[in-house]
Design a protein around this ligand. Structure first.
Ligand code: ZN
Length: 175
């Protein structure tokens, strides 16, 4: 059973899978029923009939999920998109990239969490970060957020959300 179908040339997805699949499947059993396609931004934009992702040009990593029903059963499309150029410009380490991937996997996990169906953006981000903390990567995720925060790419609102996420991750021992 594979978690990722990696269409990119970056081995970070296989590394992530090898390291974290057992603990993820143990903590979030429904994840084992999904396959997550991994694309670069360029590859993703070449796909047909896929959900559009808002603000993709500014994202180092993003996720996309779509559930359709063919009359018999639900079919889930799940993808993680990486911008190799932006990751390079932020000089992300392997651990930082893994933490960022964990955050996107967290979004895909919590997409099926009905208690979050009316949750605001902030809560959704915090729940995705909680998954990263459970994988023991709160520190590298904080360092990703610090790097993003100190660039001039993001709006004031986006930066405020990053500040809050950094604070929450700092108490993540409590998760
Ligand atoms: Zn997010």
């Amino acid at each position: 059973m594979t978690l990722f179908n990696n269409h990119t040339s970056d081995n970070i997805f296989q590394d992530f899978e090898q390291k974290f699949k057992p603990i993820l499947y143990q903590k979030y059993p429904h994840l084992s029923t999904l396959h997550i396609d991994c694309y670069t931004v360029v590859q993703y934009n070449q796909q047909k009939n896929i959900p559009l992702i808002d603000g993709l040009c500014n994202d180092t990593f993003a996720y996309s999920i779509d559930v359709t029903n063919d009359g018999e059963q639900n079919k889930v499309f799940a993808a993680i998109v990486i911008s190799p150029e932006l990751c390079e410009s932020f000089n992300f380490t392997e651990m930082e990239k893994m933490a960022a991937i964990g955050h996107e996997v967290g979004h895909i996990i919590h997409h099926f969490n009905e208690t979050l169906s009316n949750a605001g953006n902030m809560m959704v981000e915090i729940k995705a970060d909680e998954v990263v903390a459970k994988l023991g990567m709160a520190e590298p995720l904080k360092s990703v957020l610090h790097k993003l925060r100190s660039s001039n790419r993001y709006s004031k609102e986006q930066c405020q959300l990053m500040d809050l996420r950094i604070q929450m991750l700092s108490c993540s021992e409590d998760y």
